[in-house]
Design a protein around this ligand. Structure first.
Ligand SMILES: Nc1nc2c(c(=O)[nH]1)N=C([C@H](O)[C@@H](O)CO)CN2
Length: 117
């Protein structure tokens, strides 16, 4: 299976369990890998046969910007559900980095895989 990826997608959103976090927006950084057969697009040179990564990116950004989850677990699971229900991808791996959430750590977050590769 081929992979189409979006790396370092930065989005500001309301996320967190603490009272102060419910009053501000914080940055999350997403790395998204999506299984997709690129050969029909390569053979036709036609975007109609491709997984349009601009469309995917716009959809994820709009969803995350509007979301107000408490846990990163919920946010990442809902992104996976959205991607798998709205785009023809059999498998997705998502890394969600809530940079700065732990003051002594550079990175903190979750990696999930959903679907069959
Ligand atoms: N497993 C998780 N642990 C924690 C989360 C979370 O979403 N999942 N969130 C917080 C706080 O919101 C934190 O990000 C603030 O520093 C703590 N632990």
């Amino acid at each position: 299976m081929d992979i189409i990826f979006l790396g370092g997608l930065e989005i500001d959103t309301l996320i967190g369990i603490y009272e102060w976090e419910r009053k501000i927006k914080q940055k999350v950084v997403l790395d998204i890998e999506m299984g997709f057969d690129i050969r029909p697009a390569a053979a036709s040179d036609d975007i109609a046969h491709a997984l349009d990564y601009k469309t995917v990116s716009d959809r994820v950004v709009a969803f995350v910007e509007d979301s107000e989850f408490f846990l990163v677990e919920t946010l990442i699971e809902e992104i996976a559900k959205l991607l798998r229900s709205e785009f023809p991808i059999p498998w997705v791996r998502i890394t969600l980095n809530k940079k700065g959430a732990i003051s002594r750590a550079r990175d903190v977050g979750i990696v999930i895989e959903r679907g069959q590769r």
